[in-house]
Design a protein around this ligand. Structure first.
Ligand SMILES: [Zn+2]
Length: 156
């Protein structure tokens, strides 16, 4: 157990409940876990640059390689949290928690790579991005949100 005064955070960012250090997996260090809602507060998130898109159901989709840190980590444990923040004043953020589905079906990987490429690079680039990222070893990750926390214009 971490002594109380060594915990960097005392309260759950999801529900305000008390966090306590708990063993979640025997192979990993103790994590801060909410005693009220069970939220696991990871203190060592992996920061990644990426492009994401949402589908009609509100799921979040992005591409990654099966052998990347992201791909391997999600294969081991399909629970994920994604934070997107706007670091310009007046500051906004959204944190999405959920379970991911890893899709390696090439037609779907190519389709979503094209949609993502078209969204960020322009519709005329969609096909090129679909070709480039729709290859074996690439995945589509579908994050189905189960909990969303957001604040808009924090400093206002
Ligand atoms: Zn909580």
């Amino acid at each position: 157990m971490l002594p109380h005064d060594e915990r960097p955070y005392a309260f759950c960012p999801m529900c305000g409940g008390d966090l306590e250090a708990r063993s979640v997996k025997t192979s990993e260090p103790e994590r801060l876990v909410c005693t009220r809602c069970g939220f696991i507060f990871y203190l060592d998130p992996k920061v990644a640059v990426g492009t994401i898109i949402t589908d009609d159901n509100g799921d979040i989709l992005f591409n990654t390689g099966a052998q990347t840190l992201k791909g391997r980590t999600l294969r081991r444990d399909p629970r994920a949290a994604m934070c997107v923040d706007d670091e310009r004043p007046p500051f906004s953020f959204v944190i999405v928690n959920g379970a991911v589905e890893l899709i390696d079906d090439l037609a779907q990987v190519r389709h979503w790579a094209g949609v993502i490429g078209g969204r960020y690079m322009g519709a005329d680039q969609a096909e090129a991005y679909g070709e480039r990222n729709g290859v074996p070893g690439e995945l589509v990750v579908r994050l189905h949100p189960t909990r969303i926390v957001s604040e808009l214009d924090l400093a206002e």
